[in-house]
Design a protein around this ligand. Structure first.
Ligand SMILES: Nc1ncnc2c1ncn2[C@@H]1O[C@H](COP(=O)(O)OP(=O)(O)O)[C@@H](O)[C@H]1O
Ligand SMILES: [Mg+2]
Length: 376
């Protein structure tokens, strides 16, 4: 079969109602707000007690290359992310309606790679629904269009550039720059652009922690996408967080037990995982915290500065894991690596990374203070 063509209801473009409407019977509709599944309480926005999932009901067509293989944007431990287009809805006769003419939109469809990934994706859909109702989301997280029940997949706006690819590209450019010496103490992308990126990333983390009230749980360059903007010459992208498969809510009450169910399902990626998380890998009680997110973003900022996605690329896997376990020494490790000159003492990179990687998570800079630090 050439195309995965699914005939479902269509709802035109996604709009998010200011407040949730009563549960709707999933009937075919041509336009209007998305339908909400599992919404039992009609007056509230999605919350832990009242989770609901935005559903995506347009027809979707997975894009295929010239060899008839499905086009992928990427994949992770749990999922494959396909490139897809919204297809015009079929009428009862099986032909697309002639009007109104809808322009096909390109989506990224995150589908399960394994059967046991389904509950993970469902949980991510609940998280994304809640985040999408949180003011300011449009600047910090990937636009979410809904959960495709039949595919058990998340439908997202396609954003083809990840921070990891950007870092690799900038690293390549820096490597070929002649002469190299004048810029060897700068982040690979240049200091002004780097500072703008750092400020945007840290603001995004502050939004996640202090506005949305969640811990991302798996921050790394592969889980940050860059959306091109027109209005900022310094760093003409908006960094958007993706992959909320390890996300947990920050408990309102400090004594409330942490939700550790998602953490135990998540994958760990040294060197971006905080050392306290690696130390407790065998302990399933460990959930990511705001402080472990801060560490992960700091490691991401170091990778961006050096252009080295693995941070200690000249090491074997076992040694890298050992070094990640001693993550509070990450600046020293980086400095002794090939691109260590790009993290000069007392420079901008060290100043923003240092307070974010201290060993005791309780002593790490909170995201709100980090925003202030990065802005000066
Ligand atoms: N909206 C998107 N547009 C383009 N590429 C995406 C999008 N979402 C994810 N990707 C790509 O797919 C990869 C895997 O997606 P992710 O959500 O991180 O899945 P996993 O939970 O399996 O790691 C990402 O690292 C990124 O490269
Ligand atoms: Mg991922």
């Amino acid at each position: 079969m050439a195309n995965l063509q699914l005939s479902l209801q269509t709802d035109g473009k996604t709009t998010f109602p200011p407040s949730l409407t009563p549960p709707v019977t999933p009937i075919a509709k041509k336009s209007g707000p998305v339908s909400l599944l599992q919404n039992t309480n009609t007056d509230q926005r999605p919350s832990k007690e009242n989770p609901c999932i935005l559903s995506f009901t347009d027809d979707l067509e997975i894009c295929r290359d010239s060899n008839d293989r499905s086009v992928e944007f990427g994949r992770g431990v749990w999922s494959i992310v396909y490139k897809a287009r919204s297809a015009p809805a079929k009428t009862a006769l099986g032909t697309p309606p002639s009007s109104p003419v809808t322009v096909a939109q390109v989506f990224a469809v995150k589908a399960p790679l394994r059967r046991d990934a389904r509950p993970v994706l469902k949980a991510e859909a609940i998280t994304l629904t809640r985040l999408t109702y949180t003011p300011g989301h449009e600047h910090h997280i990937v636009p979410y269009h809904g959960f495709h029940a039949e595919l058990c997949a998340l439908v997202l706006t396609a954003i083809p550039l990840s921070l990891s690819t950007y870092i690799e590209e900038q690293s390549d450019i820096a490597r070929n720059r002649k002469p190299a010496t004048p810029t060897m103490f700068d982040p690979v992308q240049g200091p002004v652009s780097y500072q703008a990126l750092a400020r945007k990333l840290i603001s995004g983390l502050d939004w996640l922690h202090n506005t949305a009230g969640v811990v991302h749980g798996d921050i790394k360059p592969q889980n940050i996408l860059l959306r091109a903007t027109e209005d900022d010459g310094e760093f003409p992208y908006e960094p958007l967080f993706v992959d909320f498969s390890a996300t947990v809510e920050i408990p309102q009450d400090e004594n409330e037990p942490l939700d550790t169910t998602r953490a135990s399902m998540s994958s760990f990626t040294p060197p971006f995982t905080a050392p306290e998380m690696l130390a407790s890998l065998t302990c399933t009680e460990m959930a990511p915290t705001p402080a472990s997110d801060v560490f992960s973003l700091a490691a991401t900022l170091l990778a961006a500065a050096t252009g080295d996605l693995l941070l200690y690329s000249n090491m074997n896997h076992r040694l890298r894991l050992e070094m990640a376990r001693a993550g509070h020494q990450i600046i020293d490790f980086t400095r002794s690596g090939m691109n260590g000159s790009r993290v000069p003492r007392n420079g901008f990179v060290e100043r923003i990374v240092k307070p974010a990687v201290v060993k005791d998570p309780a002593m790490r800079i909170p995201a709100a203070d980090w925003v202030t630090l990065a802005s000066v």
